[in-house]
Design a protein around this ligand. Structure first.
Ligand code: 2BA
Length: 94
């Protein structure tokens, strides 16, 4: 199993979550703040079996395309999504 931690720009988070939910991926949304710019972003926790990881990444990628962003942050290239993939030893629901 893997725990995917995706830090998504707020402009894209609604679409990303909607798309993940439509594919039945469980997601926890945390409101977060970038340490450098101090502006809001969204951190998603997504626990999945190994074989689903690529589809989750593609889903996020698809929803973070085709937007004209930057919105005044021209000097700094902020990633639409920064994704960490962690090995998860176990998952328990009590
Ligand atoms: P922030 O920390 O607010 O960073 C926003 C953008 O500012 C970054 O975009 C990067 O382009 C720039 N930046 C960040 N730290 C910098 C530094 N020390 N010097 C120069 N420029 C810097 P991204 O790299 O795409 O990151 C977007 C957001 O994703 C970050 O917001 C942070 O919340 C998160 N993030 C990115 N990499 C991370 C990491 N390795 N660990 C934890 N969070 C990370």
């Amino acid at each position: 199993m893997k725990l995917i931690i995706a830090i998504v720009q707020d402009d894209y988070s609604t679409k990303v979550i909607k798309s993940l939910m439509s594919k039945k991926y469980r997601t926890t949304k945390l409101s977060s703040t970038g340490g450098f710019l101090k502006s809001g972003n969204t951190t998603l926790l997504i626990g999945v079996d190994d074989e689903k990881v690529n589809d989750v990444i593609k889903t996020i990628e698809d929803e973070c395309k085709d937007r004209n962003d930057n919105k005044g942050k021209d000097e700094i290239a902020v990633g639409r999504a920064n994704i960490f993939i962690l090995n998860m030893k176990d998952f328990k629901k009590i």
